[in-house]
Ligand binder design. Structure first.
Ligand SMILES: [Zn+2]
Length: 443
């Protein structure tokens, strides 16, 4: 893949995507971006971005009839292959049919809770093979790993990354190990990598401990990482923007609101927006990065230097400190020292976006409100919804603006925390008589 390469985000050092194993710049130690030179693609196909969008639209329509089982038609991620990994040979693609997720208008209860004058939509990225947005990145990561001839892969995880890595590694025929913080992932998130045959290591610490061990395994033992350190995932996560743009007739919303843990979705949304901008797609969306009170290292440091919803990147960099995380139902974003923080903040600043902190009460309330509309979303989605409500109240999101909230996982992964808050709605019947049930129902 000579027109796709890795480039250091700080010093412009370049290296080969398929040869790289450590994913840290040898000159300055910083992270990599994946870069594609789109010129050869456009030259060889004799088409530009507008012509490509017609192909993407055609593929979306034809996804119901796909006799050759082409990944560009079965997968809502590979539909946009020319933007995501244009030079990857299709024989390496590892797909589980991910990416064809619904984009829905906020229901009655959620609209009232948010404030009615703003047009809010949710992209339901929990409706994927492993139940979270991670599959968008996972299909690309595992395809690149296959092209690179990788035999074994590992990740540190708060739950969703391990499910994704285990599922796609199984599909690719690659060995997989996952490192989890003992007691801080839900039973479903533990069951998923087990079901897909991964080796599970429970660490007696938090996610930041898992990540440190993972990084040292990569550096000292040559382990191939599935964490967002590996930028192949970022390419797939761009799908959020492409699906949304396609849904709105290749127009972008005013805002994307996202929960921020390690920040892979923030980085990728920013990257995709800049790509759209480079193809002349007009004004790009702003990113609203949202964190919980319990795990808010980026939002807290941003709030310290923000004036009227704007901040200076240099001030933020001076203000940033990792934090010790507190307790929250939003365990998947319970991260005090995000590894991709510079990439996250680069995109917040580039899009003139903002950050918001969601209280524990608000984020749980948001999940409950969505439930009343028929959507069972995860607590991290609750963070983004509560952050959106705060930004509306503060006037940062303005009347009649369009906001797309990224719903990152299904609530089915977090049944324990949701059920715990709603125990009052359960009544134990004293016997199995119909009359007893009728009495409870007040008939
Ligand atoms: Zn560098």
């Amino acid at each position: 893949m000579q027109h796709t390469y890795l480039q250091c985000i700080s010093c412009d050092y370049k290296t080969d995507l398929l040869e790289e194993r450590k994913f840290r710049c040898p000159d300055c130690g910083d992270l990599y971006d994946i870069k594609h030179d789109f010129e050869p693609l456009f030259k060889s196909t004799k088409m530009g971005f507008n012509a490509l969008t017609l192909i993407f639209d055609e593929r979306a329509k034809r996804s119901v009839f796909n006799p050759k089982n082409e990944a560009t038609r079965s997968s809502g991620v590979w539909r946009f292959k020319e933007l995501i990994m244009p030079y990857l040979d299709e024989k390496y693609i590892v797909t589980l049919g991910e990416g064809n997720v619904p984009i829905v208008r906020a229901g009655k209860h959620l609209s009232e809770w948010l404030g009615k004058d703003v047009e809010v939509w949710m992209i339901l990225e929990g409706m994927t093979p492993t139940g979270s947005f991670k599959d968008f990145g996972g299909t690309v990561l595992m395809s690149v790993a296959k092209a690179a001839g990788i035999q074994a892969i590992a990740c540190a995880s708060t739950g969703d990354t391990s499910a994704m890595t285990a599922a796609y590694a199984a599909a690719a025929g690659i060995e997989c190990a996952v490192i989890l913080p003992k007691g801080f992932v839900t039973s479903v998130q533990l069951a998923q990598p087990l079901a897909h045959g991964a080796k599970i290591i429970n660490l007696p610490g938090n996610f930041d401990d898992c990540m440190r061990v993972m990084q040292e395994l990569v550096r000292d033992y040559g382990v191939y990482p599935a964490n967002s350190l590996n930028p192949a995932r970022i390419e797939g996560h761009q799908t959020t923007v492409f699906l949304t743009a396609q849904f709105f007739g290749w127009q972008l919303p005013d805002w994307f609101a996202v929960p921020v843990g390690n920040g892979s979705n923030c980085s990728s949304i920013g990257k995709a927006l800049r790509l759209m901008e480079s193809f002349g797609r007009g004004t790009i969306s702003k990113i609203l990065g949202c964190q919980s009170e319990a795990a808010n290292p980026l939002a807290k440091s941003w709030a310290m230097v923000e004036r009227g919803g704007q901040a200076d990147p240099r001030d933020w960099k001076m203000a940033f400190r990792p934090i010790q995380v507190g307790e929250t139902t939003a365990t998947a974003a319970r991260i005090g020292n995000p590894v991709s923080r510079d990439k996250v903040m680069r995109e917040i600043f580039y899009t003139s976006g903002a950050m918001q902190i969601a209280s524990e009460r608000d984020l749980n309330e948001a999940v409950a409100v969505c439930g009343k509309d028929g959507y069972f979303v995860c607590p991290q989605t609750g963070i983004a919804l509560a952050g959106t409500r705060n930004a509306i109240k503060r006037g940062w999101i303005k009347k009649d603006q369009k906001v797309v909230v990224v719903s990152t996982a299904t609530g089915l992964k977090f049944t324990d925390s949701v059920a715990a808050g709603l125990q009052n709605n359960i009544t134990d019947a004293k016997d199995c008589e119909t009359s007893t049930v009728a009495k409870i129902l007040r008939f």
